[in-house]
Design a protein around this ligand. Sequence first.
Ligand code: PLP
Length: 464
Amino acid sequence: MPEIRSNSELLVMLQPDAHVPLHRQIEISIRDSIRAGRLVRGASLPPSRVLAADLGVSRGVVVEAYQQLTAEGYLTSRAGGYTQVAAGAVLRVPELRPARPTGPAIDLSYGRADVSSFPRAAWLRAIRSALTDAPNEVFGYLTGRGVPQLRAALADYLNRVRGTVAEPEQMVICTGYAQGVSLLMGVLAAAGAKRLALEDPSSNDDALPAARAAGLEVIGVPVDGDGIRVDLLRDSGADAVILTPSHQWPTGSVLSARNRAELIRWATGRGAVIIEDDYDAEYRYDRTPVGALQGLAPGHVVYAGSASKTLAPGLRLGWFVLPGQLTEPMAAAKIAADRGSPALEQVALADFISRGEFDRHLRRMRPVYRRRRDALLAALARHLPGLEPSGVSAGLHLVTWLPPGLDEATVVGAARQAGVALDAVGPYRISNPGPDGLIFGYATVNERAIAEGVARLAQVVAGL
Ligand SMILES: Cc1ncc(COP(=O)(O)O)c(C=O)c1O
């Protein structure tokens, strides 16, 4: 018996009150799924009575939609009553095929989530249940903290999985980490902070300009294999520091237990604030999870999380858990900025987490990313054995340091010419020099393309 597609894969969502008849709405959804490639040639559709029951419509409505799509050549009826996507269906609409990518053929840059794996069907259910179940108040003006359901769901999740000590009242939902850290810079400056330390190198494109705009002086503090150099941080006179303790971006080092203790001692003694950017902690491959620093010193650490690596950056959802004295100013800054993030997505994420869909998605993605990471390591070992990978046990990227004589900007430029996009470490350095290095993001590329990308890179390097 052929594999039957479920309604969720067809992405049929009916709007009973719309002016478009129901059979036409079903037709449009299925046609779009075929054109977008979500339904491939030969895929079987649910029997009309099953889809009708699923959608709460009469069977005749579905039959009419199937008949229309069959007449247009998108579907075909098989013996036994099965309806399938016809062989030539996609070729009938060449103008809707995705345009050829104009960028580099193999994109190994930065380390982003694979948005082609975004759990559309489960998210659709979450959005639908948000619309059906959310109380009316959710659609009014919000407090700066964000919708209570999401803060409660996130506090539960973070306390369970990341070892935080988070109360929903201490949380502020933001438009991603980028907005939250930008608001926080203003909050800290208003509270009297003068100097902000950043890990050097670090992902400095959000925090650094925001800190400067808020009037803070920014200094870079070097990182080594144990995370930030706490001795140098201590000497820096910083009032706040932004860290990626679980998997330093980009070097991948993990903040050692000793450094954690020393950092907390420093923050406590100085009254300084530690901002913990926990951007990719959910992806651990061959080491036990590293708990959040916030759990050790909730009075001194601002914990920041984001849906960008776990789900998709386009959701623009981030969350901040703040020490008591910073919560109200941060919520006020959020209100002043935009009156709060869109409610529907917040309620949907709450539903998504509470129903276990978030855990399920992560369970599904971890082995996918791990296989890609393994493919990258194998290709590096085979084609570029002189490059030592680091920070490989977690996240969506790794770094290789270059031997003396190889210049990162030259390698990145030549690789681009050969159709491989990569990032160099240099642009992420703040003030401290260090070895040249390459950042490989492996999450959005399949294993074969990863191997091909590294092979091309090896040819490039051999020609320099
Ligand atoms: C180091 C780091 N922090 C945080 C984030 C998340 O940022 P945002 O939530 O604004 O997308 C990213 C995303 O790529 C990142 O690389």
